[in-house]
Each structure stands twice: as structure tokens, then as C-alpha cells.
Design a protein around this ligand. Sequence first.
Ligand code: FAD
Ligand code: SIN
Length: 538
Amino acid sequence: MKYSKYSTVVIGSGIAGLYAALKIEQQANLPDGLLLITKSKLGESNSRYAQGGMVGVLKENLKDSTESHISDTLKAGAGLSELNTVKFISENSDKVIKDLLNFGVEFDRNEKGELTFTLEAAHSVNRVLHAGGDATGRMIEQALCRKVSSNKNIEIYEQTVAVELLINSEKDCRGVVVFNDITKEYETIYAPAIILATGGIGQLYKYTTNPSGATGDGIALAYNAGAVMQDLEFVQFHPTALAFDDEENRFLISEAVRGEGAKLVDADGIEFMQNYDSRKELAPRDIVTRANYNEMKKNNTNNVFLNATCIPKDKIEKRFPNISKKCKEHGIDMAQDFIPVAPAAHYYMGGVKTDIEGRTSINGLFAIGEVSSTGLHGGNRLASNSLLECVVCAYEVANYLKTAYLNAPKQIDETIKAEIDTYTVTEDFRPIDVTALKNELKDIMWNHTGILRDEKTLKEGLDKLERLSSKFPRTGKCQTKAEYEFKNMLTVAKLITMSALNRKESRGAHYRLDYLQTNEESEHSYTTKYEGEICFAK
Ligand code: FAD
Ligand code: SIN
């Protein structure tokens, strides 16, 4: 076992992690240095695939205001968004976007060189900035990766999985154990500040827009460390993923296509959204998702269709070059043909409970980006608010650490030593077909803890997850990255399912067929690990 120490460790190299590393390096005093860890290649993340854009309530957009953005976010959030958080993030969007421009992010502009804004569902005005047409995430991520890679004060570990947070007897986080998936070696890293920026959980579901790394690792790490978790039952399903299976996920057909006028239709070309909501295609995401799902069930089909033929061909090519290219690969010409689409797991509103500076309930442990639950999104995220939250919270965690004492811990207590020892034991591993186990878990989650839930299906799902656990013999140390991921997926799948059982109402993306009404009295749900068991707290 190798040992090292740093002033701060950032885990995850999506937009939240990359930007946090850059801002911390700019501002904080780092006597023991800064380390950025990622389990894949630098920048490989959900962030890279973000299409539609990033909310920017910019001073120069005279049609917009923070009041309007706050109101839209609160409405979409189904009564669970925190007003102070929403306000803070909205009011800071102008500042962080200007900062991103300084870091070399090139948002799309019109012929006059002005930034252009598009419309997405449940936004009252055009306020979504985009880059590379429909490649917003990739453009931001590449600009930040360039800065991180050329910054000699940021050390980078790639292909390195964070496998356990080190918590001392005082319940403070003092470091992390990591596993190099290439060399198969472990390393203990001590640091006074550990920042989880590990992204979402989409891979827990059979159909998802998320790439293979979205296995909920940070959720499992924080939960196992004893952190307070929030609203774990809230999974967002996007209404329009292309209904063809790629290797690891389904390709997203951005909401911005509906923002430009595309309509949802059935196999006969008949529009149906007017039967579900007066805002039709631009209703909040949970409503459009359930409408599509309902139409599919009613007509016994695997998809509905998106009719984008009303958008001029040249506009399609300019605004949606990647979506149009992907459709062509499947023989679909967006300007002439209907696009087969279906809902897919997309985003996790639940997560590690944090404040705006990323502080969790554990001293020394921070969480930012999709792994966190700041209270911005509530029960249903407004489109393009995620990238904004990633950037504002990364900015704020750096701001917080500016004044923190960041010397690596000098003494390690017995609780941590005992934990580290478990990784030095040699074990006789028998091989496991993790891919098969992962697929089984994804089926269970899609069928039992999916878009529509009720007590019976959730309980059956839990039973199946318990049976699946018994096929996986690892409890601590694993042999590969994929095994660690599966271990985390199991933990998070149970957490989501139990939390979904516990919330006896329908609200936002959590839709219970046996409790259709919203209970006006209900609030956030909080979950912690207590004496090894899941504990729901008020
Ligand atoms: P991620 O970008 O997911 O990065 C997580 C990082 O953590 C990765 O580098 C991963 O390798 C690393 N990691 C995970 N576990 C470990 C571990 N155990 N050890 C080490 N490293 C680890 N949002 C918007 O606002 N606008 C959009 O237009 C938009 N479009 C989207 C389109 C798609 C197809 C998808 C999937 C999402 C979209 N979203 C969008 C959501 C948004 O992209 C994500 O919520 C956001 O990018 C999350 O960023 P993040 O930095 O928190 O996590
Ligand atoms: C999309 O482009 O539809 C995704 C936007 C988002 O998830 O915020």
C-alpha cells in the first residue's frame, strides 16, 4: 500500500470537478498540493454529453430576470426546491458564466457576436446558453480540461477509483483509499478536504442517457461514511432518448429540439401532449415523460415519435449537428422523418445533502455537482440548471477553502488505521460475471423503481435486489473497477427503492400509483447509515 498526502483531493473530472480544481488552485493556500482523481480518462463524464445547454441569467439578456428564473425553477421543483439556494444560484449565474468565458469556453454567438439563448421546457424565456450547437457539455469540458492539464499545480490520477472515505473516531473525513484499475494497487491519501464530484446514477437503469461511469459511486461512498443524504427517491427520467440501444446508454434527443418547435406524436403522426398539459411539449420534464410512457403503454409500443420536420433543414444542421448526425446513422433524416424516442433515466435530484459551499454533514467532506443535493432542483430539475449548479457550487467550495487551514493531517487514529488494514489483506477472489449482475440490477430498477411506482412493485424490487446481493460475494475489497461499481450500484439501488417506498405521495419525478396526490405537508427526506442500517430521519 502506498501512502500520500495532499491539501485537497477532488474526486471526479466532470465539469464540477474540473472547475473546482481550477478555482481552488487559483485561490486556496495548498501547502501539500492539490490532487484530481478520476476513474476514467480526464473529462470522461456525464458532463461531456450535455447537449441542450446551461442556464445563464445574464444582465445583457433584457428579456430575462433572476426573478423569472427563480420562479420557473421553483415551479418545476414541485415544492421541494429551497428558495435561498435557488436564489443564490440564479443570482450568481452571470458571474460564473463570465468566468467560464475567461477560461476559454466558447458559447454560441450570433452574427453580431452576441451570446445566443435558446428555450427549453418549463422556462418562461430563452435563457439557455449553448456551445457547438448541441455539444455544450463537450465544449465546456474540453476548455476546462485544457486548463487543468496545463496547470502544473494540479496533479492528476486517471483510471483511479475512490473506494472508501476515511472517517476518524471523531466522524471527520481525513482521506480516501483509491484503487488503480490498471496496476491494481491501492493508495491511502490523507487530506483535510475531500471533494466528491462523482456525478450521477443513470447506469442503475436499463434505459439511460448516462454513460457507463454513472454508477452512483459518490452516493455510496458518502452514505457508507455516515453522511446525511437527501431526497434519494427522486430520479429524473428524460422524455426523449433515441429509442435505439447503443453499447452503454441511449443517445439523448435534446429538449432544445422541442424548444425549437418539434412535436411529440404517435405512430400515426397524431400529436398528444395537449391531452396531458396546456404547456404541451414544453411542460416540465416529469409530465412529458409520463405522457410518453403512458402513450407507449396504451398503444403497446416501445416508443413514441418526435416530429422535428417543422424546423428548417439549415437550422437543424446548425443547431443540432450531433443529433442530426446520430439520427442519420440510424437512417433518420430529421428534416423529413419522425424520430423514435422513449423515456430514459437521466439525472439524480437526490444525493449527498450539502449547502451552497458543498459542505456535507461530515467535517472535511464536500460534495458538488450531480452527486450533491443542494435543494436547487427539488422534486424535478428544470432543464439546463444542472451545469449551472455544478459551476456555481464549484466556485463556492473554492471560495470556502480560500480561508481554510489545509495542512494534511499529521496523525491518523486507530479507526482509520483499522480500515486501511482491510485493503492490505490478500484475498482469494473467485471470478464474477459483473456485467451480467449489472444488467440484472438495471432490469430490476427499470421495472420496479422506475417512472411509475407502487408499494407492490417496490417491495418486489427490494426482494430481487436482496437476492442479487447474495450472488455478489464481495463485501469490502473488490478485484476490479467494475466490481467496485457494482457494489456501489447495489447500495444505491436499495437506497432509492427504500426511499421511494418511504415517500407515500406523488411529487415531481416521484410518481406513486398508490398515492397519486401530493401531500402538501411532506418535506425533504433524509437518510443516513446508522449501525449498518438505512435510517430515515425527519
Ligand atoms: P460528471 O460529469 O458525471 O462527472 C463525474 C466524474 O466523476 C467523472 O469524471 C467520473 O469518472 C468520476 N467518478 C465517478 N465515480 C468515481 C470514483 N469512484 N472514483 C473516481 N472518479 C469517479 N445538464 C444541463 O444542465 N444541461 C444539459 O444540456 C444537459 N444535458 C445532458 C445530456 C446528457 C446526455 C446527460 C447524460 C446529462 C445532461 N445534463 C445536462 C446533466 C449534466 O450533464 C450533469 O448533471 C452534469 O454534467 C454532472 O456533472 P458532474 O461534474 O457533477 O458529474
Ligand atoms: C437536454 O438537452 O434535453 C438535456 C438538458 C438537461 O438535462 O438539462
